[in-house]
Design a protein around this ligand. Structure first.
Ligand code: AMP
Length: 188
């Protein structure tokens, strides 16, 4: 089983590349952002709980995220690999993920980061706001999301470097070029 974490700040292109990787290798793409947005748009109790937090660009609680991931693993026993997109986002989530995988005799296989400079990220996120009308893509919320990334998510880089799992790919260029570079690092 290949447990790939696609890592990077908001706007780095994780979603686009995760879909392509999952398709190429026959793995399951898991975007916690997509899962949460679906809950919000369906107006489920979970969705109602997280709506305001998401719209402000803050992080949803670790507890909820871990619960969601646990059910993803339990409900997909037959998949050969996962492409995690947007999870883990805090050290606590990373440690809980390790525990969860260990329970099933597994671990994180590779953490692949997309490296994109801040100016480019803001440009992309503002463009996406126009095109997709995501409520969390306004300028102020974008800033918040980047602050959350720097504060809570970036420390994971050290965590995975220490475990020798971390690799980085330059995330500016054509989608196909970046995809090619990512694929050359993935050795199933
Ligand atoms: P994304 O589409 O990955 O940028 O996620 C959109 C929003 O969903 C984030 O800004 C958070 O509010 C929430 N979210 C998604 N994944 C996580 C996570 N692993 N931990 C906490 N909040 C998350």
């Amino acid at each position: 089983m290949f447990n790939l974490i696609l890592f990077g700040p908001p706007g780095a292109g994780k979603g686009t590349q995760a879909i392509k990787i999952a398709e190429k290798f026959g793995w399951k793409h898991v975007s916690t952002g997509d899962i949460l947005r679906a809950e919000v748009s369906q107006g489920t109790p979970l969705g109602l709980k997280v709506k305001a937090v998401m719209e402000a660009g803050h992080l949803v609680s670790d507890e909820l995220l871990i619960e969601i991931m646990e059910s993803v693993f339990v409900n997909n026993p037959a998949v050969m690999g996962f492409v995690l997109d947007g999870f883990p986002r805090t050290l606590n989530q990373a440690r809980e993920l390790d525990k969860m995988l260990l329970k099933h005799g597994q671990g994180v296989t590779l953490v692949l980061a997309l490296e994109v400079n801040e100016e480019e990220l803001i440009k992309r996120l503002l463009k996406r706001a126009e095109e997709q009308g995501r409520k969390d893509d306004t300028e102020e919320v974008i800033k918040n999301r980047l602050v959350q990334y720097h504060h809570h998510t970036k420390p994971l880089i050290e965590y995975y470097i220490e475990q020798n799992l971390y690799k980085e790919v330059y995330g500016v260029g054509t989608i196909e070029d970046i995809f090619g570079q990512l694929c050359s690092v993935i050795k199933p």
